[in-house]
Design a protein around this ligand. Structure first.
Ligand code: NAI
Ligand code: PYR
Length: 317
């Protein structure tokens, strides 16, 4: 990884891609940003628009619309290309359409000689990340999805509001599918060093029904935002910058990204959101959680949903 010129290639310059690009620029999180989209004119316009903000920023980022050959010496290729949900659609409903999009993208990226890290945001993100790993043939450590990073941020925000505590002091994870089968690992949730389940057992601490309500609010956040404004993009854009920084700064930070899990999910394995140590190698390690029995079966059910949806595609990869 070239720390003197941190280079990102972004594929898909729609709402999510450009929210990420805008947050990258504002946080000075890379040195060179290449924008690629099937709509080349759009990518060119977005590059112009971002460049016109440089004079107001402390960043010296080089930003331009490029080609797949620009991936050759990139450190990270970020994929946000494809279709997004319409009101009422689930993330899994996008699978067939976005698989076709990825078939047209991954080949040209690998043919460029790219040898860095893939970060995938396109939905259904866990399966699209698995497809990226299969089509590219990359070591799964270097292929990660945004997973439940956004859901975890939503959870921490809502818990912070509930307890009136800085969300950065709320330590709790949403795990499994970034989708309808995701859940909160309440047995591991803490306010600073105090288990939330213990707090709920204390008079006046909190109510378990309220925690369940927060979990439901997290699970349905995307649908509610999509109904209100057609798409979600700022939150995911910032989550992606957070992951990008963890990679470039070799942070060894714990983030709930989508990572390859082997074991009982057949030869293909499965990608799902789990807390992982992220650094310049991508996924350094998946952290194993001490889940309760009920949480363990929820986690397996969530992974099984993802595994079956991937299997039904019959990609033969
Ligand atoms: N992982 C997460 O937490 C989240 C994921 N998403 C997902 O991100 C994806 C993008 O969403 P939006 O940006 O809102 O959609 P959008 O429609 O605004 O942008 C998609 C972009 O992809 C481009 N594109 C389509 N096919 C392409 C191809 N073959 N090659 C290159 N570019 C191509 C389009 O031209 C468009 O610019 C969706 O799948 C959405 O569901 C959205 C929010 C959160
Ligand atoms: C759209 C989506 O996946 C989200 O906002 O969570």
């Amino acid at each position: 990884m070239n720390t003197d010129n941190r280079k990102v290639v972004l594929i898909g310059t729609g709402m999510v891609g450009m929210s990420y690009a805008y947050a990258l620029l504002n946080q000075n999180a890379c040195d060179e940003l290449v924008l690629i989209d099937v709509d080349k004119e759009r990518a060119r316009g977005e590059a112009m628009d971002l460049n016109h903000g440089l004079a107001f920023s402390s960043s010296h980022m080089k930003i331009y619309a490029g080609e797949y050959k620009d991936c050759e010496n990139a450190d990270i290729v970020v994929i946000c290309a494809g279709v997004a949900q319409k009101p009422g659609e689930s993330r899994l409903d996008l699978l067939t359409r976005n698989t076709e999009v990825f078939r047209s993208i991954i080949g040209p990226i690998t043919e460029s000689g790219f040898n860095g890290i893939f970060l995938v945001a396109t939905n259904p993100v866990d399966i699209m990340t698995l497809i990226t790993a299969k089509l590219s043939g990359f070591n799964p450590r270097r292929v990660l999805g945004t997973g439940t990073a956004l859901d975890t941020a939503r959870l921490r925000y809502m818990l912070g509001e509930y307890f009136n505590v800085d969300p950065r002091n709320m330590h709790a994870y949403v795990i499994g599918e970034h989708g309808d089968s995701e859940f909160v690992a309440w047995s591991q949730a803490m306010l600073a060093t105090k288990p939330i389940l213990d707090l709920c057992g204390e008079t006046g601490g909190c109510r378990i029904e309220d925690m369940k309500d927060i979990e439901e609010q997290v699970r349905t956040s995307a649908q509610r935002i999509i109904k209100a404004k057609r798409a979600t993009y700022y939150g995911i854009g910032m989550a992606m910058v957070r992951i990008t920084k963890a990679i470039f700064s070799n942070e060894n930070s714990v983030l709930t990204v989508s990572a390859m899990l082997r074991g009982e999910y057949g030869e293909s394995g499965v990608y799902a959101g789990v807390p992982c140590i992220v650094n310049r190698n991508g996924i350094q390690r998946v952290l194993s959680l001490s889940l309760s029995e009920e949480e363990t079966s929820k986690f397996h059910a969530s992974c099984q949903t993802l595994h079956e949806a991937y299997d039904e595609l019959n990609l033969g990869l």
